[in-house]
Design a protein around this ligand. Structure first.
Ligand code: XIL
Length: 371
């Protein structure tokens, strides 16, 4: 999905964002004094509104770094493994399964009464190397379907919600129905994607089944918004047992929201009878200068601006961040800053202290309408 970031506008910060940033900085100055163990967690603030706050976790730090684990347990009511449930780690060789880390995370969720999201059964980016030729062969669709079924069956009853299919829409590929140019999609079309949802439903009759995708809130994303809506509509009309739409929410501080179009998009997804969850929130600061305080302030304001719109939509059930702490983020490697400073993209800093982004999420939750 990297290349898509290039489409986001590089406009300088507008007046509204500045005012919001100033507001967030002020709010932070006020609340940071209360940064003590008794301070209400994100989890509690969300629960109060009938929402769920969650975070992505990685088995490495989760099982070796106590402050990381503590931060997760303090703020999250839901977790999702960063990579551990993906195809490559779970089936490194044909018919050889390795659920070690994914199972550990599932047990951790159970042991701590956390909700567990499953991510992700069908994604063009993560098939293991051994599937390379098979996927574009006549057996490709069956291979992907079998994988989805087996993965979801393995976790039957333990995962409350699956990203069954991830990032299937790519209008820039010029394929029918705006599907991504990936063999199983180009051969099977939307019917194949509906089959993935049916396989998921058979594998776990009680899990919520989600379609997950990115980039539907900024200017210049009209084509994606339309394409995803059209796709969801068609998927539903084919009888696919889909219950929700996941909005990844990999934001970019300084990119320009299209608030009107985003609101409309959310309500149109809701009109299809789907629930909505932000599933991978983080805020890249690659377009900002090096000043830490300014970066934190603008990242927080961007977060707040985004969440206020999101939470206004009654079909929205919650928010999951793509990590809790700047110490661990895919953005450091996936999208490094030119000045080589580390990004300040998540609610906690590298030492697990709350940043303005944490307070922006808290504030947005506190002001969210109750469900
Ligand atoms: C990312 C992980 O965070 C990285 O560790 C990995 O190398 C690549 O995938 N959209 C998704 C996630 O749906 O699965 C991606 O996670 C981030 C973008």
């Amino acid at each position: 999905m990297r290349k898509n970031f290039g489409h986001w506008p590089a406009k300088s910060i507008d007046r509204r964002t500045f005012l919001l940033a100033a507001g967030a900085a002020f709010a932070h100055a006020q609340v940071s004094r209360a940064d003590e163990p008794s301070e209400t967690s994100l989890r509690q603030r969300a629960e109060k509104k009938g929402l769920v706050f969650g975070t992505q976790v990685n088995a490495g730090p989760l099982f070796s770094l106590k402050p990381y684990r503590d931060a997760v347990l303090r703020d999250a009511a839901m977790i999702v493994p960063e990579n551990e449930m993906k195809w490559r780690p779970t089936q490194p060789a044909a018919r050889q399964f390795n659920y070690f880390n994914a199972d550990r995370i599932a047990s951790f969720a159970e042991g701590n009464a956390l909700l567990l999201r499953g991510h992700t059964a069908v994604w063009h980016q993560n098939p293991p190397a051994w599937t390379k030729d098979l996927i574009s062969s006549g057996d490709g669709q069956k291979l992907v379907l079998d994988h989805a079924r087996e993965l979801i069956e393995h976790f039957r009853g333990r995962v409350m919600e699956w990203d069954v299919v991830n990032e299937a829409i790519a209008p820039e590929d010029g394929m029918p129905d705006n599907l991504r140019n990936w063999a199983p999609y180009s051969k099977g079309g939307i019917s194949f994607i509906a089959d993935c949802f049916h396989a998921a439903r058979e594998a776990d009759p009680n899990a919520n089944l989600y379609y997950n995708d990115y980039s539907v809130y900024y200017q210049n994303q009209d084509q994606r918004r339309d394409a995803i809506l059209g796709f969801l509509e068609k998927l539903k009309s084919k009888g696919a047992p889909i219950g929700g739409f996941g909005i990844q929410s990999h934001l970019i501080a300084k990119a320009e929201f299209n608030e009107v179009a985003y609101r409309r998009f959310l309500s149109e997804v809701a009109d299809l009878g789907l629930k909505i969850r932000a599933t991978e929130l983080d805020v890249s600061d690659v377009r900002l200068g090096p000043d830490i305080e300014l970066r934190d302030t603008i990242v927080a304001a961007h977060t707040k601006q985004y969440l206020d719109v999101l939470f206004d939509e009654p079909a929205v059930v919650g928010l999951v961040t793509w990590g809790m702490t700047d110490r661990f983020s895919w953005l450091h490697e996936g999208w490094p800053r030119k000045d080589r400073l580390r990004q300040r993209c998540l609610p906690l800093d590298e030492n697990f202290a709350k940043k303005p982004m944490w307070y922006a999420i808290a504030d947005a939750l506190d002001h969210a309408p109750s469900r």
